[in-house]
Design a protein around this ligand. Structure first.
Ligand SMILES: [Fe+2]
Length: 146
């Protein structure tokens, strides 16, 4: 992996397909929507992307890392109940479609007071994924409906 940005980009796509499965079975977890071809057929180990249901080695970190999503019509709010400091902070939130397209994102600074992002989204997708990336505790994904 050449840099963190590349990792986050790849992990965002990986996360979509690994939710709840532990391995990449993209088509089975994407509710009938096609996965991007780069994800199809990959078989990933646990411990790359984490969810509330599959927190792996971060089982004690769920409350502060799994993104909480609130949907109100076309307005979507993502909150990560995590402190923000120069050494330990939430780096980024994204909203990703089942085919891996990032349709919204916010990159945080350690100087931000909280890891909260709000978006106005119009999409034909019924299911979306919110990601939250901690600089120490990796990528977390939450599936939600709109
Ligand atoms: Fe953390």
């Amino acid at each position: 992996m050449s840099n963190r940005r590349e990792f986050i980009k790849k992990a965002s796509g990986i996360g979509l397909a690994s939710i709840g499965a532990g391995t990449l079975t993209a088509c089975s977890v994407l509710e009938g929507e096609k996965s991007v071809s780069t994800n199809a057929g990959l078989n990933l180990p646990n411990g790359i992307v984490f969810t509330r249901e599959n927190p792996g080695m971060w089982a004690k970190k769920v409350g502060g890392h799994a993104p909480v999503v609130t949907v109100n019509g076309t307005k979507i709010k993502i909150e990560t109940q995590h402190g923000m400091s120069k050494k330990h902070f939430i780096v980024r939130h994204t909203i990703v479609t089942p085919n891996g397209e990032v349709i919204a994102s916010k990159t945080f600074s350690p100087d931000d007071l909280e890891a909260v992002s709000e978006y106005e989204i119009t999409t034909n997708h019924k299911t979306l994924y919110a990601t939250s990336f901690c600089n120490k505790h990796d990528m977390w994904v939450e599936k939600f409906s709109v």
